[in-house]
Unconditional design. Structure first.
Ligand code: ZN
Length: 243
C-alpha cells in the first residue's frame, strides 16, 4: 500500500489538491499538522483532509493556537493577524475536528509529531544537535516531523553510531531508511526552502521505500485570495519564492 505524507498545509487548498492529484493512488494518509494558519482556505482544507482515505493526523502549533492551547502572543505580529482572521472564519465543526487531533501518534514502525517527538507542537529540528537530542525520544525506526517547512533527513550513521548525518531529500529518487531517522516531508502550502512548489512524501510498504516529490500549483490565485481576505501581504509574497 502507498501512504501519502503531508505537512504544513496552511489553508492552501490549490497546493493540497495539486499534491493529491500528483500522488496518484494511495491507501492512507499521514498528516503532520498545521492544516490551518496563513492561507485563505482553512475550512476547505480541513474538510478535504478529513475525507482522505485512512487519514491519521497530528496537531500543529497553528492548529493548537486556534483552539486556545497556545497563547496567541507566542506568535509574531503577522501570524497573529492570520489567527484572528481564522478565529472568525473557522466553522465550529472544523474547530472540533482540530480539537480532537492528538499531539503525537505511534503507528507501526513510524512516529508522527508536528514539531519534534519530545515537544510535539513547538520545537524546531533544524540542526544536528536538536536531532541528536530527539533520537532517543521515539521507539520506532522513523519519526516523521514537519514544522520547519524544510524537507530533510536526519539519520544515525550505521558505521559510527551516535553520529548523525543531515541530508536533503532527493527529488523523485526512491530511498530506503535502514537506520533510525527523523524525516521531514517539507510543506504543502508554504515551502521555505526557496522552492515554491508544494512538497510531500510517498511511502510504499511493499518495497519499504520513500519518495520525495515537488509539484507546482497556481500560486497567483492563492496570493490574490490572501489579499482579498485582508490577510497580511507578506503571507502572499512569500509563496512566490518559497521563503
Ligand atoms: Zn507550519
Amino acid at each position: 500500500m502507498r501512504t501519502l505524507i503531508i505537512s504544513d498545509i496552511h489553508a492552501n487548498l490549490p497546493a493540497l489538491d495539486a499534491v493529491i492529484e500528483d500522488a496518484g493512488s494511495f491507501g492512507q494518509v499521514w498528516c503532520l499538522g498545521d492544516v490551518v494558519g496563513y492561507g485563505p482556505d482553512p475550512n476547505e482544507c480541513i474538510q478535504r483532509i478529513a475525507s482522505l482515505p485512512g487519514i491519521r493526523c497530528v496537531k500543529g502549533n497553528h492548529d493548537a493556537a486556534i483552539l486556545g492551547d497556545i497563547p496567541v502572543q507566542a506568535f509574531n505580529y503577522e501570524a497573529r493577524a492570520s489567527l484572528r482572521w481564522l478565529q472568525s472564519e473557522l466553522h465550529p465543526e472544523n474547530k472540533l475536528w482540530l480539537g480532537e487531533l492528538p499531539e503525537r501518534l505511534e503507528l507501526e514502525g513510524v512516529t508522527l509529531a508536528h514539531a519534534s517527538p519530545r515537544n510535539p507542537v513547538w520545537e524546531y529540528i533544524m540542526d544536528i544537535r536538536a536531532a541528536e537530542e530527539n533520537m532517543g525520544e521515539f521507539a520506532t525506526r522513523v519519526c516523521l516531523v514537519g514544522h520547519t517547512h524544510f524537507p530533510y533527513l536526519f539519520q544515525l550513521e550505521a558505521k559510527t553510531p551516535d553520529t548523525i548525518r543531515r541530508s536533503l531529500l532527493p527529488e523523485d529518487k526512491p530511498f530506503s531508511l535502514e537506520e533510525k531517522s527523523i524525516l521531514n516531508p517539507g510543506s504543502v502550502g508554504q515551502p521555505r526552502d526557496n522552492d515554491p512548489r508544494a512538497a510531500y512524501l510517498i511511502f510504499d510498504d511493499e518495497d519499504q521505500r520513500w519518495t520525495f516529490r515537488r509539484v507546482p500549483y497556481d500560486i497567483q490565485q492563492v496570493q490574490e485570495r490572501i489579499l482579498a481576505a485582508g490577510l497580511p501581504q507578506r503571507h502572499a509574497a512569500r509563496l512566490a519564492a518559497g521563503w
